[in-house]
Ligand binder design. Structure first.
Ligand code: SF4
Length: 347
């Protein structure tokens, strides 16, 4: 019964990697932090809903898909609650969303819609379009004995929802919309695990190394959970022996956006990233013939075990946390770990 298991999320684990105390504030005490990125995330959520609604309506012909998505964007934008400096800024933000939607439809829309359509034919009872389409991986906690109780569980469920799943040849692909790909760092520029990526991952957990890469490690954890969740979905729906892949698409990446203020036009391009190859290690693949990575998976289980055990003291990684996590943290005003360091510094 996986429903009785304690549940974590891949996003929550990434918070924990930044700082265990931050995780405690956010996930255990449910304290809201100050967050400058909220307006951007609100617009990404709006576009996410627009695209998912258009895909769910089953149109695969490009013009029909575009008309459905465009109508939905107009409808949701009328109800969008965000404080803008001026009407011109509101118009500008809408123009960027329209350009982003157009870029998505040009680059991915019809292919992905057709891939969803194929899956729906193969598995009519399946649900393939979100937002927040649930995927989960059940993990055994290190050191636990099978059959332990709720207060001392032996397993944990980790959720990592995606926005939709489509079929691409012999692959089952999970897609998640994110604001930008910038947090992926090195993962954007490498196509395999062996080498730099493996080194960075191992160094993050080495107390003697300088490396502090919670976003890179968090993305690899999320990839592990999504791929396992896709395998579960595939097996539940009898979708054969398809391989599983995980792709992120950024919806608020301004690096590819060109604004012509004279003609009042906005153009943008979208690049996706497939995190599968940079996650798989060939050794584990050779042993299991599955898209897995023993090093990442075993660290994921360790970190999940630490969270379940309530290990929230940041002192073991304090130097890195103070240097890299505290400056951008929304909990500095209420965090005793941080405040006591400030007092020591002032004194
Ligand atoms: S202020 Fe620093 S120590 Fe406190 S929760 Fe934030 S990152 Fe962690």
């Amino acid at each position: 019964m996986t429903d009785d298991l304690p549940t974590l999320t891949a996003d929550g684990l990434e918070t924990y990697l930044h700082c265990p105390r931050r995780y405690e504030f956010a996930q255990v005490h449910d304290l809201e932090d100050s967050d400058d990125e909220r307006p951007t995330r609100g617009r990404v959520d709006l576009l996410r809903t627009v695209i998912c609604d258009a895909l769910r309506r089953g149109k695969t012909e490009p013009r029909a898909l575009e008309a459905t998505a465009s109508d939905r964007l107009s409808e949701l934008w009328r109800g969008h609650d965000e404080r803008f400096h001026s009407r011109a800024q509101r118009r500008h933000e809408l123009a960027i969303l329209e350009a982003t939607l157009e870029a998505y439809l040009d680059r991915f829309g019809a292919d992905h819609a057709a891939g969803i359509d194929r899956l729906e034919e193969a598995a009519p009872d399946g649900e393939f379009v979100g937002p927040e389409l649930p995927l989960a991986s059940t993990r055994s906690l290190p050191g636990a004995t099978e059959g332990e109780t709720n207060s001392n569980p032996d397993r944990v469920r980790i959720d990592a929802p995606v926005d939709y799943v489509y079929g691409d040849g012999a692959a089952l692909v999970g897609v998640r919309f994110v604001p930008t790909l910038a947090p992926l760092g090195l993962l954007r520029y490498r196509s395999e695990w062996e080498g730099d990526v493996a080194g960075l991952f191992v160094d993050h957990f080495d107390p003697d190394a300088e490396a502090f890469e919670p976003r890179v490690v968090g993305a690899l954890f999320e990839t592990a959970v999504v791929l396992d969740g896709l395998r579960n979905l595939r097996d539940d729906l009898d979708l054969g022996d398809r391989t599983c892949r995980y792709v992120r698409i950024p919806l608020a990446d301004r690096s590819g956006t060109a604004v012509n203020w004279v003609q009042n036009t906005v153009e943008t391009t979208l690049e996706s990233i497939d995190l599968t190859d940079v996650y798989i290690d060939h050794h584990t693949y050779g042993m299991t013939h599955e898209h897995r990575n023993e090093t990442v998976d075993s660290r994921l289980d360790d970190v999940a075990g630490d969270v379940i055990a309530g290990s929230f003291d940041p002192s073991a990684r304090w130097d890195q946390i103070e240097r890299h996590a505290c400056p951008n943290c929304g909990y500095t005003v209420c965090c005793q770990d941080y405040l006591s360091t400030e007092v020591r510094f002032d004194g």
